[in-house]
Structure formats: structure tokens, C-alpha cells
Unconditional design. Structure first.
Length: 337
């Protein structure tokens, strides 16, 4: 696939997301989600891997099923009004919420996410784990939220995302389960504060971009490949490990900032039990990240060679520097908790 078609499909993904989050009716939001889905499929198939077709098919089936539920719910709700702020029937509202949760990969509807990412390239993984969550989360905010359902999904996502990632050796699956864990945090934050959710999502996306750029540049797909950085010098390895620890929310790195803001926001709204469970689940995820960093540091490595840095690796290092010093920068801003 040449650059023109890649640019066209990426542009259509952008258009689909903007259409979905700016729509005033569920039908037009569904159209935006479908544009988003159909634009991503050719990019997934472009990855020359024997598992890419299987991953693309799994992604299409699950997303099409979720889209069908969204369309069914929206048509049912259109009997009353086409405006999103109308009073909804409880069954239709529950179906709509579950369909949006399936699209973003929240537990217990996360079954497709690790399998799809395992057969996709790192750039596609980055798209699925970051950009593709924007439209479903914003639409979920517009919908009538069922508190008990959302509480259950948040607790399941944070717990499953931490526990299921412990026995994985595939880096893409580890980051997929990490995404499920972060979805729990983002949904909890979205329920109480949109600005806090925006800070969390932007920070999470930035750290993931830096981390996956390192993995993509060095063709790392499994944990046992971390001891074969033949083109990694010590500084590159340090940046790589800092990204993982920042993703886990280890202070004083930037990844700790959104978790701190989320805990502050949740405790001010008397959601103490949810905050406790989210913190405990993060400790499990942080154990996984520490295991990965210790593996890359302590295992015997191949002879390191000095190579010219690629441009995308330089970008990853710039983002990592922001991750190191970003927390101190944010702390200096006014009105921060």
C-alpha cells in the first residue's frame, strides 16, 4: 500500500471519529463509527504477517456486532426522539452502553482485544489502544449512564487487566491487558470529571506512543527478545524502561500524574472503595512492568553496537524526556490537586 492510500485511510479515521463525537443523533454517530471501522481494516491487512488476516477478521466481527447493537438501540430510541439527551428506555440504554464498551475493549467484553493486537503491527496496536477509544468513550458520556453497570465494568476492567497480564509473554498482549486496566481508570474518571479524563487519556496516549515506537523500531514482540538488543545502547534501554514504569504510574514519572488526579477526583466525590480497588489493581500492573524492566536490565545481552538513530526513535526519546520531567512541570501549574 503506497503512502497516498495510507494517508487517505488515516484521514478517514480522523473524519469518522470527529463525526461520531460531534453528532447530535445516534444514527449519525453510528455512521461515524462505521467510517472509522472500515478505514482501519485495509491498514490492518497491510501488515505482512500470517496472523494479520485473522486479527483483522476478529476485529471486524466484534466491531460489526457492536455496531449492530448500537444501530438496533438507536432505532428503538428514535421512536421517542433523535436527540441524545432524551429519556431512554432502560433496556435500550443498557444495550447501547454494552455495545460502546465492547467497541473500546472494556471488561468483560475485552475478549477480542488481546487476540487482535497479537496479530497486528505496532502502529495498528497504537491506533487500537489509543485513538479508537475516543469515540466510544465520548458517546458513552453522552448516553444515559447506568451507575451499577458502570461500577461493575470499572472494577472488572481494572482487576482483569492487572491479573490477566501476569502470565503473558507477548508484549502486544501485555499492553492490551494494560489498556483494559487503564480503561477502568478512564471510565471512573469520565463519570466524575471530563477535564481529568482528558488529562489521563492524553498522558496515556503519549506514553504508549513513545513505548511502542521503541518496540516497533527494534522489532520487539516478546519478553525473551528484550535480552537481544543488538542495536540498543544503555541510554536507549534506559528510555525504554522509563516508559514502562511511567505507564504503570510509578512516581515521580509523568504516568503518576493522571492516576493522582483520578484518585483526588474520586475521593472528593466519596468513591473511596473504587479508588482502593483501582490502586490495588495498579500495583499488580506495576509488578508486570517491573518484571519487564528487570528482564531487560539483568539478562545477558548480545554485543551492543552503535548505530545511527532513526527519526522515530528520536521522537520516542523526546516523549520519554517529557515523561521524566513532565510531572515536575505539571506540578508547577496552578489549580493542580
Amino acid at each position: 500500500m503506497n503512502k497516498f492510500y495510507k494517508t487517505m485511510f488515516f484521514s478517514m479515521i480522523l473524519v469518522g471519529t470527529i463525526l461520531a463525537i460531534s453528532s447530535m443523533s445516534w444514527l449519525s454517530a453510528w455512521v461515524g463509527l462505521e467510517i472509522n471501522l472500515l478505514s482501519l481494516m485495509p491498514l490492518m491487512k497491510n501488515f505482512k504477517n500470517k496472523y494479520s488476516t485473522e486479527a483483522a477478521l476478529k476485529y471486524f466481527i466484534t466491531q460489526a456486532l457492536a455496531s449492530m447493537l448500537i444501530l438496533l438501540s438507536s432505532l428503538t430510541l428514535m421512536n421517542n426522539s433523535t436527540i441524545m439527551t432524551s429519556n431512554y428506555d432502560e433496556i435500550s440504554s443498557t444495550t447501547l452502553s454494552m455495545a460502546l464498551l465492547m467497541k473500546m475493549g472494556a471488561a468483560p467484553l475485552h475478549f477480542w482485544l488481546p487476540e487482535v493486537t497479537a496479530g497486528s503491527s505496532w502502529p495498528i496496536c497504537l491506533l487500537i489502544l489509543t485513538w479508537q477509544k475516543i469515540a466510544p468513550m465520548m458517546l458513552l458520556m453522552y448516553s444515559t449512564q447506568i451507575e451499577h453497570l458502570m461500577m461493575a465494568v470499572i472494577l472488572l476492567s481494572s482487576t482483569i487487566g492487572g491479573l490477566y497480564g501476569m502470565n503473558q509473554t507477548c508484549m502486544r498482549k501485555i499492553l492490551a491487558y494494560s489498556s483494559v486496566n487503564h480503561i477502568g481508570w478512564m471510565l471512573a474518571t469520565l463519570m466524575v470529571s471530563l477535564p481529568a479524563w482528558l488529562i489521563y487519556f492524553l498522558t496515556y496516549s503519549m506514553i504508549n506512543t513513545a513505548l511502542m515506537t521503541h518496540l516497533h523500531t527494534n522489532k520487539i514482540f516478546f519478553i525473551n527478545q528484550l535480552n537481544s538488543y543488538s542495536t540498543f545502547n544503555n541510554m536507549n534501554k534506559l528510555y525504554f524502561n522509563i516508559n514502562f514504569l511511567s505507564l504503570g504510574g510509578l512516581p515521580p514519572l509523568l504516568g503518576f500524574l493522571p492516576k493522582w488526579i483520578s484518585i483526588h477526583t474520586l475521593t472528593t466525590t466519596n468513591m473511596f472503595y473504587m479508588s482502593t480497588i483501582l490502586i490495588l489493581s495498579t500495583l499488580v500492573s506495576l509488578f508486570i512492568y517491573l518484571r519487564i524492566t528487570f528482564t531487560s536490565i539483568t539478562l545477558t545481552t548480545l554485543k551492543s553496537t552503535t548505530t545511527k538513530m532513526e527519526q522515530n526513535l528520536i521522537l520516542a526519546m523526546m516523549l520519554t524526556n517529557l515523561s521524566i520531567f513532565g510531572l515536575a512541570l505539571m506540578m508547577s501549574l496552578p489549580n493542580m490537586p
